[in-house]
Design a protein around this ligand. Structure first.
Ligand SMILES: Cc1ncc(COP(=O)(O)O)c(C=O)c1O
Length: 423
């Protein structure tokens, strides 16, 4: 029996936070999430300041792929930082970490570390412009590439607009927004504008909107078109990298990009990102022709975290257990929906699947399909899941970690059952 929980101390902390932090948060993504303050996390679990526990499927928006506070990663970081943290120069651990990442990926020849996915995406776009001498880039509806001016947009009726006050229309005039998984749209755009297009950037599996795989042959054709038109193909693997498999989405889809960006799961929860890719492109950084900088890039702690994460993925890859737990959970959620007469729809890959509310039982296959779901209804439900101890994102994505097992599955389904019984 799950009792109704109290959030008194969280509310007090929120009241104090709003006195200095706009909205009481430090990332606008969190404005829409319940104002719970967490005291600690371990494995698949979180505990808030009121003593409530949660099975966590938000996982910090993805980074806690190995579970919260992974002992091996944190010990490696603690050992390393006892000898220094940031040198403004090179150190042996960054060489070790870089080699391990490239070894794990298999296809990339060079790599630069950064701190956030957002900035690594910018680095990749800059490289593409420099290498091709062209300015525009093609991107896709429902894909997210960070919060900076040239990539932050909202899309309505296939039209992209700036998403924030303070952005200028000119900021997005160099991007061409297309529906994803629609090869005709790419072909038509390249037929008219290939000589202006430096890059095509996409999530190779679209996790930000629905956990949707590319259609058969889609990426292969995009690859061909990029080769034919001197366009740099960038896979934004900030979510998929190291999460969907040791080689990220690239290893699953079987198409190799020219550049890829990584973040989130690359470092067991530590703030690290990376750009990886073809030597001839990446070496423009090394030649000093294209600038890529950052005080904290390849800090001791980030290199130690990446290195230890790569060791874990090599020695005891968690993918089979994540697939098992995620798959069982997906089935369990659907079954609960049926039992409670709620149109809960579950789709995608077990490592990061998508849950929505909607009458249509068919998985949606694009951004428009997502918009036909009952998004406010699901967001309200996700909040109730959180209130009852299952911590999930309001936008529908459920991240599964290496630490989710049979006990978490049972507990999660019983808590969801309780919430759905209250509808
Ligand atoms: C695919 C993708 N690219 C880029 C980013 C931006 O990464 P960060 O939030 O680390 O800046 C995100 C964040 O969710 C993402 O999902």
């Amino acid at each position: 029996m799950i009792s109704v929980r109290s959030f008194e101390r969280s509310h007090e902390l929120h009241d104090r936070a709003v006195e200095f932090a706009p909205g009481g948060v430090h990332s606008n993504v969190r404005l829409g999430t319940p104002k719970v303050f967490f005291e600690r996390g371990k494995g698949a679990w979180l505990w808030d300041v009121d003593g409530n526990d949660y099975v966590d499927y938000l996982l910090g928006q993805g980074p806690m792929f190995l579970g919260h506070a992974p002992d091996d990663i944190n010990q490696a970081v603690a050992d390393a930082v006892s000898r220094g943290m940031v040198f403004g120069a090179q150190h042996p651990l960054e060489v070790e970490a870089g080699h391990k990442v490239l070894h794990q990926l298999g296809w990339a020849e060079r790599l630069r570390f950064g701190v956030s996915g957002t900035e690594s995406v910018q680095g990749a776009l800059r490289l593409a412009r420099a290498a091709t001498g062209k300015t525009k880039f093609v991107r896709f509806e429902g894909h997210y590439h960070g919060w900076l001016d040239n990539v932050l947009v909202t899309v309505k009726d296939h039209e992209a607009r700036v998403a924030s006050e303070g952005q200028m229309a000119s900021h997005v005039s160099d991007s061409i927004m297309l529906p994803w998984n629609n090869i005709e749209a790419v072909e038509a755009t390249l037929a008219s504008s290939a000589d202006e297009i430096a890059a095509i950037i996409m999530e190779p599996i679209m996790f930000n909107t629905g956990s949707i795989a590319p259609r058969l042959g889609y990426l292969e054709r995009v690859r061909e078109l990029c080769d034919a038109h001197n366009i740099v193909l960038i896979f934004d693997e900030v979510i998929s990298g190291f999460r969907v498999g040791p080689q990220g989405a690239t290893g699953i889809v079987g198409v190799t990009p020219d550049l890829a960006t990584f973040g989130k799961a690359i470092a067991g929860g530590w703030p690290v990102s990376a750009i990886a890719g073809r030597a001839d492109l990446m070496d423009l950084f090394g030649a000093g022709v294209v600038n890529h900088s950052g005080t904290f890039n390849s800090s001791v702690m980030s290199a130690a975290a990446v290195s230890a994460t790569m060791d874990r993925l090599a020695v005891s890859p968690p993918y089979a257990s994540i697939r098992e737990h995620g798959g069982a959970l997906m089935e369990g959620i659907e079954e609960l929906g049926r039992r409670h007469g709620l149109p809960l729809r579950v789709q995608g890959l077990p490592m990061a699947f998508h849950v929505s509310l909607g009458e249509d039982p068919e998985p949606f296959t694009d951004f428009e399909g997502l918009n036909r779901r009952d998004l406010p209804g699901y967001q309200a439900l996700a909040k109730q899941f959180g209130d009852d101890g299952v911590w999930v994102a309001g936008r529908g994505i459920w991240y599964v970690s290496a630490e989710h097992g049979a006990a978490e599955l049972d507990e999660t389904l019983s808590r969801l059952d309780f919430t759905l019984g209250r509808q």
